[in-house]
Design a protein around this ligand. Structure first.
Ligand code: SAH
Length: 252
């Protein structure tokens, strides 16, 4: 994180927000900014996100019934999930700190004729402005890029209505996850650019569940997203040893 010797101006610009917001890693945002143009190309380095998108959309839709639900997608990137949920009838807001992915998301939604509100704002800040306004909060493949994931999880819990649903996904931290998600995906199969994921920032399901509970969320389900490199197919199952999704609910 860059040091900030300057005084905060009363109305920070977007660039100053990025620099001064403590829970944003500018290096991580830069990585995604640099690649953003390829976001909707299913044969690009975003292929894994394209491949898992139908699985996670179905997982979420089965649990919340997306039509007419008010949803906020935290760390939405180029909008694969946000736009997918909007196409299924949800009223979606997507937030991210990357300017380029948001620009790509906006253009894609406009061309597709799908209404999505995209905003460049930190999760903690929108949580102050829109507490308790959402039926569903999604935060997928983002927590492992943030300095303090527990703070984002608290923001998600603040944004959701009592009785509402929250979904997280990330990568487990263990030797197998290191071999598959970093060595396999970044160095052997080259599905992702080298340096996409840092081992120390990966998150165990027990840690995620603990932070969710501390934020007032009850974990309902945890599902594994498993990739078979031979068939090149992802499936949802009970094996959470590498990629996984978590569904939590806020108490009434
Ligand atoms: N959730 C999307 C994109 C995942 S890629 C999907 O699963 O399809 C990770 C995204 O998190 C990138 O777009 C990156 O810009 C964003 N990100 C990383 N740190 C962030 C932060 N502190 N606040 C908001 N977004 C962040």
């Amino acid at each position: 994180m860059p040091s900030s010797g300057k005084k905060k101006s009363p109305e920070p610009t977007v660039t100053e927000q990025q620099t001064h917001t403590p829970n944003v890693d500018a290096g991580e945002i830069a990585k995604f900014n640099a690649l953003a143009e390829q976001w909707w190309d299913p044969n690009s380095q975003f292929r894994p996100l394209h491949d898992i998108n139908p699985l996670r959309l179905n997982y979420i839709d089965e649990r919340v019934s997306l039509p007419s639900k008010k949803v906020i997608d935290i760390g939405c990137g180029g909008g694969l999930l946000s736009e997918g949920m909007a196409r299924r009838g949800a009223e979606v807001t997507g937030i991210d700190m990357g300017e380029a992915p948001l620009a790509v998301a906006r253009i894609h939604a406009e061309h597709a004729g799908v209404a999505v509100e995209y905003l460049q704002i930190p999760a903690e800040q929108i949580a102050e402005q829109r507490a308790g306004q959402y039926d569903v909060v999604t935060c997928l493949e983002m927590l492992e890029h943030v300095p303090d994931p527990s703070s984002v999880i608290r923001a998600c819990a603040t944004l959701v209505k009592p009785g509402g649903q929250v979904f997280f996904s990330t990568i487990n931290r263990n030797p197998k996850a290191f071999m598959f998600a970093i060595v396999g995906a970044e160095y052997v199969l080259r599905l992702l650019p080298r340096g996409t994921h840092e081992y120390a920032k990966l998150i165990k399901p027990s840690e995620l569940a603990g932070w969710a509970r501390d934020a007032g969320l009850d974990v309902q389900d945890t599902a594994g997203m498993v990739y078979n490199p031979l068939t090149q197919v992802y499936k949802l199952n009970r094996d959470v040893s590498v990629n996984y999704l978590m569904h939590a609910r806020k108490g009434d």
